[in-house]
Design a protein around this ligand. Structure first.
Ligand SMILES: Cc1ncc(COP(=O)(O)O)c(C=O)c1O
Length: 397
């Protein structure tokens, strides 16, 4: 039995997989079991931001695997302490909680926001306002927080206490805030919702509203953070900071790690025993993540991400000027969406399959949007190759 058959027979059929089995990755290239090479413009959905098997990260993983992989959070480890202080020194935050995934980081943020008020005796403030097109994860709390209905299908009843408002609409947000609300939670650049950046003025007003009302602002940077948008954290582009931020995906460049960061004030919501995770912040993953953060934080590196992102969008916009069915090209840094006209005869999955045939990995979201999230080490020549392949495809389809 080959890997396709075994996977289809034995693994829950929750993923619509492409018919390809990858066996090796290096930098921006993936190889399948037939020896065919692919240029990766997806990075495992914004995970391998430093490229596949980055030598410095692989080196510390293998050193740490030979030294110490796991001890309980009942004890201290230098790997966890070092990553925590690196993240704190590079962000608005004063404290961090480590978990294993994005959903877990968001669970921690949701729990912290509620407990921040409940620990002060204010139990009526427990609702969290999120955005209609948002995506925050697949656990019960995070799918309840998610604004997209398709994610919730069949899982009713949802966890109580989430209110959804349209993204980038400050009046809708203002009218949803009352004295039962403890937090506003949003992605500075929505990922799964269609690669939709926040309007700068909107985000400033959201911050001001939260301050006025004394409620917490949570940024989910699980997809948009870790250099993806051209700054280490996406909110840096906007010049404002949240009270709580969640990270995962690229934090471990492929090793599973999530983190919830908070200001000293917001962090007061958690005390001994409030929250825990067996695997959260093991020496192995925190050692790797520390290396990742050091490399990603380099200002020269981030400058390059912004430059390459601008270049990529320019090239896609030049396609847009020639193909009327391209509605919009948008995004920040190297998180880019190309929206097709819904009346165009071809949807996103058609182009995803065609490009795969030609040796390029991208993905489609919301049926009409092509998402590009290449490793941040991508070269402009690779971008040119993809754009040329898209041009040929658009020309004939
Ligand atoms: C913005 C955002 N939040 C949360 C998640 C959930 O992360 P995970 O799949 O690691 O649980 C994702 C995953 O795509 C995401 O994009």
């Amino acid at each position: 039995m080959d890997s396709f058959q075994k996977s289809d027979d034995y693994i829950f059929q929750t993923y619509a997989r492409q018919p390809v089995c990858f066996v090796k990755g290096e930098g921006v290239t993936l190889w399948d079991d037939q020896g065919k090479a692919y240029l990766d413009f997806l990075s495992g959905i914004a995970v391998c931001n430093l490229g596949h098997c980055h030598p410095a990260v692989s080196k510390v993983i293998s050193q740490q695997a030979d030294t110490l992989v796991h001890v309980s959070n009942l004890f201290y480890t230098d790997c966890q302490a070092d990553l925590a202080s690196e993240l704190i020194s590079r962000s608005f935050a004063d404290r961090v909680f480590f978990g294993n995934s994005g959903a877990e980081a968001n669970e921690a943020a949701i729990k912290l926001a509620r407990r921040y008020f409940q620990s002060r005796g204010d139990s009526q403030r427990y609702r969290i306002i999120t955005m209609t097109q948002s995506f925050h994860g697949r656990t019960m709390a995070t799918l309840s927080a998610t604004g997209q209905d398709k994610i919730k299908d069949g899982f009713l009843p949802l966890l109580e206490g989430f209110v959804y408002v349209p993204f980038n609409d400050i009046d809708a947000l203002k009218s949803a805030v009352d004295d039962t609300v403890c937090a506003v939670m949003l992605e500075p650049v929505q990922g799964e919702g269609g690669v939709i950046p926040s309007d700068p003025e909107y985000l400033k007003q959201v911050r001001a509203l939260c301050d006025e009302q004394g409620i917490l602002l949570i940024f989910d940077e699980i997809q948009s953070g870790m250099g993806r948008c051209g700054t280490l954290f996406a909110h840096e582009i906007y010049g404002i900071t949240p009270d709580i931020m969640t990270l995962a995906k690229a934090l471990g460049n492929g090793l599973p790690i999530g983190a919830m960061l908070a200001t000293q004030d917001a962090a007061k919501g958690f005390t001994f025993g409030s929250h825990a995770s067996t695997f959260g912040g093991t020496p192995l993953v925190t050692r790797a993540a520390h290396e990742v953060v050091k490399i990603l934080s380099d200002t020269g590196f981030l400058d390059q991400v912004r430059k390459k992102g601008d270049y990529f969008r320019e090239q896609l916009r030049s396609l847009q000027s020639r193909y009327a069915f391209i509605r919009e090209v948008r995004g920040k840094g190297l998180l880019i969406g190309l929206e097709l006209d819904p009346d165009h005869g071809r949807n996103a999955s058609f182009y995803v399959s065609e490009l795969m045939e030609k040796g390029f990995i991208i993905n489609g979201i919301q049926d009409t949007i092509l998402r590009f999230a290449p490793p941040l080490i991508i070269e402009t020549e690779d971008i040119d190759r993809l754009v040329a392949a898209l041009d040929t495809l658009f020309d004939s389809n």
